[in-house]
Design a protein around this ligand. Sequence first.
Ligand code: NDP
Length: 335
Amino acid sequence: NRQIQLASRPAGEPSAENFRLVSTPVPALAEGQVLVRNHYLSLDPYMRGRMNEGKSYAQPQPLDEVMIGGTVGEVVASRNEHFQVGDKVVGMGGWQEYQLVDASQRGVLQKVDTTHIPLSAYLGAVGMPGVTAWYGLTQIIAPKAGETVVVSAASGAVGGAVGQLAKVRGARAVGIAGGADKCRYVVEELGFDACIDYKEHRDARSLSAALKSACPNGIDGYFENVGGMILDAVMLRANAFSRVAMCGMISGYNGEPIPMSAPQLILVNRMKIEGFIVSEHMELWPAALKELGGLVATGKLKYRESVAQGLENAPEAFLGLLKGRNFGKQLVGLI
Ligand code: NDP
């Protein structure tokens, strides 16, 4: 069993040296346990926070242990009556090829149906990122038909779902993404009404001018994934009583400061700004997954994946995710 451990903590930007690839024997099964061959590992921005020492909303990842991470795979051996060899499952298998799970604990391993939904989608549109999009959009922004919703990192796992869910609710969806290819995909494939390439703008004023033409009626809801200049630009176009779902601020994950240039606009526009952590709302996951699964199975919710093949390529793919080199949900293919 090959696995990737956290070897050291980064100061600022992480590098490949922070990770270590090791081989460990596949352990023997005890009663109640299940052995899973992981097919895909999910790489997610929250992992950057866990590499730090200090306690954030998530516990730090211990050094010299396998990196935490969501996985999908297949049961290859079972001493648990609820799981059979061949079952497809989603769990938190970590950055490794095999995962030994004490499946008697409820919820550590979920069986999934791959008849109409590809296994990998359970790490993306029909998994944690999809539920994140659903929660911030429906519980915080709660768009009415005809309102305008803007989302940053719009071609990504979360952002792509946000705009499509907004369209389902009759809202105007406007994306912000890095680069012409990503913007074209967001409009032509995902069906957003418009998408702005923030890399073409040097400051918030210029970006907000572009937002003005993409959002002629102003902005009623903003789904924040990035922070910094993009948030400043959106604030300049925000309508009275607009809502901001504070989901992520990836531009500051390596410790960069993220000043807000005009916080007085929160008052002037009577804005509601609410942060959330999707794993703290487990009671809403079934409803979210039901809608997301239905939309994916019927082709109404589209997504794209970047797959790095082989566990040894996980660190580079993760570093790329933090720099926007991914295009859609970043996965590592393990078989
Ligand atoms: P994505 O698939 O969107 O990948 C990350 C994207 O962020 C990159 O593709 C890039 O897009 C953009 N990005 C990276 N670095 C920067 C930067 N310095 N400045 C601007 N943009 C940058 O990832 P996810 O969909 O998985 O996650 C999106 C956000 O949601 C993250 O902030 C994440 O932390 C957050 N999140 C929060 C959760 C919660 O419970 N609150 C749960 C899950 C995710 P581009 O090329 O377009 O710039």
